[in-house]
Design a protein around this ligand. Structure first.
Ligand code: UD1
Length: 455
């Protein structure tokens, strides 16, 4: 049964399942008929990668934290369940069933009483970021027992640096039966350390723990991702004393207690980049509403090098490409402010149609090339050599059934499908639902022929 959208080539059958309050099926598929240009406005949601640590940071206080502009995503729902296990109450205001407004939802999060300091394998293994609960639990309760996250489709993704940071802040760590047991019975104390490698997860963990540690913490070689700055802003509203977030040296004066606050999640720069690349792929002219160029300068620079026009406006960012072809680009992923690994797959999809050969090198995660074989099924010419993909642009892609393998890989297949001749069906859409809110609604409103199908 089809259950979306008034796109040009499909009849509109039902409202979106998230809007109508129904569960989205794990086996849903996305069907796209390529070739439509994108024209119109796409509202950009709040950032998933800020929402998750912000929700986790709520455990640092017994007061209520109110988060606005929260995206409606499967990962947010899953984290809600995980936090519920620790005794955190989350009340969701905002969109009602049937509403499809562009504003995000509002979460009232109360961790008045932490009832359990254990995060079990069954939950942590389903979402890696939930491992980060270790920081607020040990900071506030003096103990935490959190399962190691285990394997992940895009590489090994260890947690050694998170553990290192906690140890530097006075935590005793034991590893037993696949669990990290963290103890700081007399409370955490500030410390100075340098991450040997830039890590977003390590930096989030260190900031949350240090916020309630006795004394001063200095983190060198900290991640500079905008989501780190957003979490630090929110913690400062809660009474923390954090300076330098957004630079590679963050200084935190620990405080005894944090209090409630209200914070609006910053716009999702990866969603922004994804739709920007989609418009570059199909041609057209789209306003990415609420998008902020400074969150994504490296991505936008690359887009301009391909011949796409990028215009910041008061409302967001306008992306336009006329009939001219796409120029190939050579890009290497890097920590912020470099080109984000979370846009690597989408860029590769775009480059499959470039006039010439491009090279894309992945430096953050090994094994983040699972989209390559699927793009090849659509007619792309891609050679992999270690961490570098050489993409030889082709005149046309041809629709085919493909399989989504992780969040960003799956959306790269959507981008390719939008430009492929004929029909592309993307299976395992639950990956997309983890990180893209109302993707098919947003694209079909701009003229794409895309719909969700559930059997
Ligand atoms: C976060 C983002 C993810 C993004 C990534 C890089 C969230 C929920 N996820 O992931 O979307 O792709 O940043 O921008 O915000 N590493 C270690 N030891 C550690 C921790 C990390 O070796 O203890 C390595 C990783 O294997 C990787 C690199 O450091 O090679 C970067 O990892 P990190 O920045 O921590 O990524 P995540 O926080 O997992």
């Amino acid at each position: 049964m089809a259950r979306a959208l008034g796109a040009p080539k499909f009849a509109c059958t039902q409202t979106h399942p998230a809007a109508s309050g129904r569960q989205r099926g794990a086996m849903d598929r996305i069907r796209i008929v390529g070739g439509e240009r994108l024209t119109g406005t796409i509202p950009i949601s709040g950032a998933k990668n800020a929402t998750l640590p912000l929700m986790i940071a709520s455990m640092l206080t017994e007061d209520t934290l109110i988060l606005d502009n929260v995206p409606h995503l499967a990962d947010v729902g899953l984290l809600q369940r995980i936090l519920g296990n620790h005794g955190v109450d989350i009340m969701i205001a905002g969109k009602r069933p049937g509403e499809n407004g562009d504003k995000g939802r509002t979460l009232h999060i109360s961790a008045k009483r932490i009832v359990d300091t254990t995060a079990p394998y069954e939950l942590v293994s389903r979402m890696r970021a939930s491992f980060w609960v270790v920081a607020p639990l040990v900071a506030r309760m003096g103990e935490a027992k959190v399962s190691m996250p285990g394997g992940c489709a895009i590489g090994t993704r260890p947690v050694d640096l998170l553990i290192m940071a906690l140890e530097k802040l006075g935590t005793d760590i034991e590893i037993e039966g696949g669990y990290v047991i963290a103890r700081a019975k007399k409370g955490l104390r500030g410390g100075e350390f340098k991450f040997p490698k830039v890590t977003v997860s390590g930096t989030h963990t260190a900031i949350m723990a240090a916020a309630l540690a006795r004394g001063t913490t200095v983190i060198e070689n900290a991640a500079r991702e905008p989501e780190i700055g957003d979490v630090a802003d929110c913690l400062n509203k809660m009474g923390a004393k954090i300076s330098g977030a957004g630079t590679s040296r963050i200084v935190i004066e620990g405080v005894d207690k944090l209090h409630g606050a209200r914070h609006s999640v910053l716009p999702d720069r990866i969603e922004t980049g994804t739709y920007a690349f989609a418009v570059a792929m199909t041609g057209g002219n789209v306003l990415l509403q609420n998008a902020r160029p400074e969150l994504l300068q490296a991505g936008l620079d690359v887009l301009e090098r391909t011949g796409t026009t990028v215009t910041p406006t008061n409302e967001g960012i306008r992306i336009a490409r006329n009939g001219a072809g796409l120029a190939p680009v050579d890009v290497t992923t890097a920590p912020f402010p470099g080109f984000p690994t979370d846009l690597q797959a989408q860029l590769m999809a775009l480059m499959t149609r470039a006039k010439g050969t491009s090279h894309i090198t992945e430096t953050i995660f090994e094994n983040r090339f699972m989209h390559v074989q699927e793009l090849v099924r659509l007619g792309a010419r891609i050679q992999l050599d270690g961490q570098t993909a050489t993409v030889e642009g082709v005149a046309r892609l041809k629709g085919a059934p493909v399989m989504a393998t992780d969040l960003r890989a799956s959306v790269s297949l959507v981008i390719a499908g939008l430009a492929a001749e004929g029909e592309t069906t993307i299976n395992r859409v639950y990956h997309l639902d983890r990180g893209f809110e109302r993707l098919e609604d947003k694209l079909s409103a701009c003229g794409a022929a895309i719909e969700r199908i559930s059997d």
